[in-house]
Design a protein around this ligand. Sequence first.
Ligand code: ADP
Length: 160
Amino acid sequence: MRRCVCPGSFDPVTNGHLDVIERAAGLFDEVVVAVLVNPAKQSMFSVDDRMAMLTEVIQHLPNVTVEGFQGLLVDFCRQRDIPAVVKGLRAVTDFDYELQMAQMNRRLSALETLFVAANPDYSYLSSRRAREGAINGGDVSGLVPDRVLARLGARLEGDS
Ligand code: ADP
């Protein structure tokens, strides 16, 4: 059984994330999407909301599950016998950070990291860009899944 993890904050999940998750699901028998629980980092959506949105948008992928994690990704993977991380690389700006993280994870526990080249349609897209676009009244349809778009709208209406 080949397993991998796709980690991130997913605040909220975007079509760029979903593209990486779908591609990982095509390459591995099982994919665990691991949502980082970081109380020190201010987020727009709670961990429960982020996990609920992810769970909704991966319904078409039977070999994908969603879990929360705190602490080191290497410990999360060791506990579940997951040998590999799959991440998307958007641009050189991702590269420095991702390379260091991959090398650190390999040093800590031989966890391998595999990079997939971002879909050019989404290579400029981050959760932050989607959030900022929506908060400032921009149309972010096509950048986040429709269910996420609806939640962003509801959330912003609630805030106004
Ligand atoms: P974001 O940068 O969107 O806030 P996360 O921390 O949630 O991201 O992202 C987790 C991982 O998802 C990133 O390290 C990156 O590998 C991947 N990722 C995020 N957005 C994209 C995208 N648009 N295309 C490809 N991969 C992406």
